[in-house]
Design a protein around this ligand. Structure first.
Ligand code: AMP
Length: 175
């Protein structure tokens, strides 16, 4: 089935000029959800992935399902202050100001092979911060997979330039 048709677009959300690509409609459609997870897994199924890291919050839903399918562990990458144990943190720039992603120090060990999952890649700022965070702990990032790519914003290209094999399922033009 056509995954693109299962994704809803909300114009001018959360601010004017942004076309918000809402995957909740895809998640609610059993066939679309299964197909999306199958397609996220497929290119990397033979890679001996130890863990899947998902970016809060939509990356948890997709990443959890991908981890289950790969028989891998799951590592949540969370916004600042949400994880209860000792964390490593990385700050990254947003359009206005900055944000931080955190991971538990004991969520993985150096040398583990990790696949990164999120719903969408736009500028790549969030995903690059996630790669930085995982590499600081000695992880080998063997893949990054996203349902939606906004290629004009260049994030997937930046991730590839950082040495991460990237797979995306559907692309949309514009922001
Ligand atoms: P970026 O760091 O610019 O690659 O932005 C990626 C993060 O922001 C992802 O976690 C997305 O969920 C969210 N995001 C950015 N742009 C959009 C958009 N147009 N529609 C839906 N989510 C978006």
């Amino acid at each position: 089935m056509d995954l693109r048709a299962a994704i809803r677009t909300i114009p001018d959300y959360p601010k004017p000029g942004i076309q918000f690509r809402d995957i909740t409609t895809l998640l609610a459609d059993a066939r679309a959800f299964r197909q999306a997870v199958d397609e996220l897994v497929q290119p990397f199924a033979g890679l001996k992935i130890d863990k899947v890291a998902g970016i809060e919050a939509r990356g948890f839903i997709l990443g959890g399902a991908v981890a289950h399918q790969l028989s891998a562990g799951f590592v949540p990458l969370r916004k600042k202050g949400k994880l209860p144990h000792k964390t490593r943190s990385v700050e990254y720039a947003l359009e206005y100001g900055s944000d931080a992603l955190e991971v538990h120090l004991d969520a993985f060990v150096a040398g583990e092979r990790i696949m990164l999952v999120d719903d969408l890649i736009a500028t790549g700022g969030t995903a690059l911060a996630a790669v930085d965070l995982l590499r600081q702990g000695g992880a080998e990032i063997v893949a990054a997979a996203f349902v939606v790519d906004l290629p004009e914003l260049g994030g997937a290209a930046k991730l590839a330039a950082a040495g991460v094999p990237v797979s995306t399922l559907v692309d949309f033009s514009g922001h």
